[in-house]
Design a protein around this ligand. Structure first.
Ligand SMILES: CCCCCCCCCC(=O)SCCNC(=O)CCNC(=O)[C@H](O)C(C)(C)COP(=O)(O)OP(=O)(O)OC[C@H]1O[C@@H](n2cnc3c(N)ncnc32)[C@H](O)[C@@H]1OP(=O)(O)O
Length: 236
């Protein structure tokens, strides 16, 4: 990711995107100082949390050690919860578009601020996006294989992120997946998405997940533009 895009990735959400921030924080955010520090610190905290999730789910330490670890985690959870927002920090809507405009070398690191989503390094080249990641133990469905729901999450993010990167405000209307082969864990998989057609408010896209040259999952999706339309009370 280029320095300029990286700065953008770490820029604060606007006040309207983070109305639950305290007033003093919003005032300081106009300087951009706390915001950069907060999003960077949150990114690091989220990465550490993701590692913790993996460690907690896979540790084979003696049972007594698990109880000790649980108490330590509960203590940190209480500390962090002492002052909390209702929502995770949101990235600026135009961040994917900024990354796309920065050229095919620039990377968008998804889910940097939310440990529950799968983080993918995404690049854009015109109307195509590419990404890669290594599925792990937390993503297991069939033994030693990626859960199909995570494949859907990945495809929705890849295709939807591409649509967003083109500047369109759109939501997924349909997402159809074809699971052709199991996606193995602990090995890098590559993903691609491309916009295939536009028809009024409709944007059609397709994508896939590949491992070792084998196309394991294929996806087609329809996105509907909601630019300027109030969707479920949220003005776009
Ligand atoms: C790393 C992070 C990456 C993040 C990237 C973001 C990607 C994430 C994207 C998502 O996951 S979005 C969340 C899941 N999607 C939703 O919650 C959408 C819920 N559905 C809606 O909000 C509305 O149903 C929708 C905006 C899709 C459509 O409602 P509208 O009232 O605006 O549409 P309308 O009924 O006027 O239909 C417009 C056209 O679209 C068509 N259409 C609408 N929904 C459809 C559908 N579900 N299937 C097929 N066609 C559909 C409809 O037939 C019509 O076609 P025609 O113009 O040809 O007549």
């Amino acid at each position: 990711m280029t320095a300029s895009v990286n700065e953008a990735a770490n820029r604060a959400p606007s006040q309207s995107q983070s109305e639950d921030q305290s007033q003093s924080e919003n005032q300081s955010s106009s300087t951009g100082t706390w915001a950069t520090e907060r999003t960077q610190a949150t990114t690091a905290l989220v990465a550490a949390t993701r590692s913790l999730m993996h460690a907690a789910a896979t540790t084979d330490l003696p049972v007594d050690d698990l109880a000790t670890a649980r108490r330590a985690i509960e203590s940190v959870t209480a500390e962090l919860s002492a002052r909390a927002r209702d929502r995770v920090l949101r990235i600026p809507f135009d961040l994917p578009a900024q990354v796309r405009a920065a050229g095919p070398e620039a990377e968008w690191n998804t889910y940097a601020l939310n440990p529950f989503g799968i983080p993918v390094r995404v690049t854009f080249d015109d109307e195509t996006s590419r990404g890669s990641f290594v599925p792990g133990a937390l993503h297991e469905g069939p033994p030693d294989s990626l859960h199909g729901g995570w494949s859907a999450h990945l495809m929705d993010c890849m295709l939807g992120g591409l649509v967003q990167a083109t500047g369109a405000r759109a939501v997924t209307a349909t997402l159809e997946l074809s699971y052709r082969h199991r996606v193995p864990l602990d090995s890098e998989v590559s993903m691609e998405a491309t916009i295939t057609r536009r028809d009024g408010r409709k944007i059609f896209a397709e994508g896939w997940i590949e491992h070792d040259g084998v196309r394991c999952v294929e996806a087609t999706a329809l996105f509907i533009r909601v630019d300027g339309i109030s969707v479920d009370g949220v003005a776009s």
